[in-house]
Design a protein around this ligand. Sequence first.
Ligand code: SIN
Ligand code: NI
Length: 268
Amino acid sequence: MIDLGDRHPLDEATVGSFRARGHAVVRGLASPSELAELAPPIVELGTTHAWDTRPLEERDTYGKAFLQSFNLHRADERIRTFVFAPRFAEVAARLLGVQSVRLYHDQGLFKEPGGGPTPWHQDGFYWPLPAERMVTMWMPLVDVPPEIGTMTFASGSHLLTDLRGTRISDESQELFASELRARGLPLDSHGPLAAGDATFHAGWVVHSAPGNPTDRMRPVMTVIYVDADARVADVIRPGQELDHEVWIGGLAPGSPLGDRRNPVLWPV
Ligand code: SIN
Ligand code: NI
């Protein structure tokens, strides 16, 4: 029985890179044999439980970027093992520099054959929590070759508190493209990744991904972690309302998070 309970070595350079640039890669975080057991249910449910399965041409830019599924850990014990992995959560806690992290939620992000690019955006736009205390693990379940490509990050953009955009859309793409140009921020990618490698990105880092011109699906599983002591933020943007209701149960601003919706994943 796989439990992903051991700790993964993490060097100081990786932690330093995450803090300074807002992203880092951790290679070999899950092994081929672990993925052989845990990836198939994610790949299956990530497709059947996607919230928008209309043909690609009927979807908007955001919809074309990926098939999106949420909190798959509730549907399958093996997916729960993956999402609740102490090994992954401990890395998240160390990168954030906190004692303990909770689950915000998990998401399958499957870029389909012919799927569009993921426009420049910041995840924190949607979150009713202090996004500077949050990190997303993005783990491909298959090898991602150069022709599909992984995310590009605007390094250091997570530290710029005056750099804020809008929901994921053609508009966010345009706005951030011109802001990033004007500010001269370096654009970095970790290049092709193997299944089981993972990138971690900060809640406010601006990021994007290329479209998928191949005939192969790009199944990626993400887990979003939040400092366990974070309090609910004021809901100041319409984009936060859905997340506030669905992922933290509409808790009042200033409240601590609850264990049922947002369990502590590290320490176990
Ligand atoms: C992607 O999977 O293409 C983008 C993921 C993200 O925006 O976090
Ligand atoms: Ni994102």
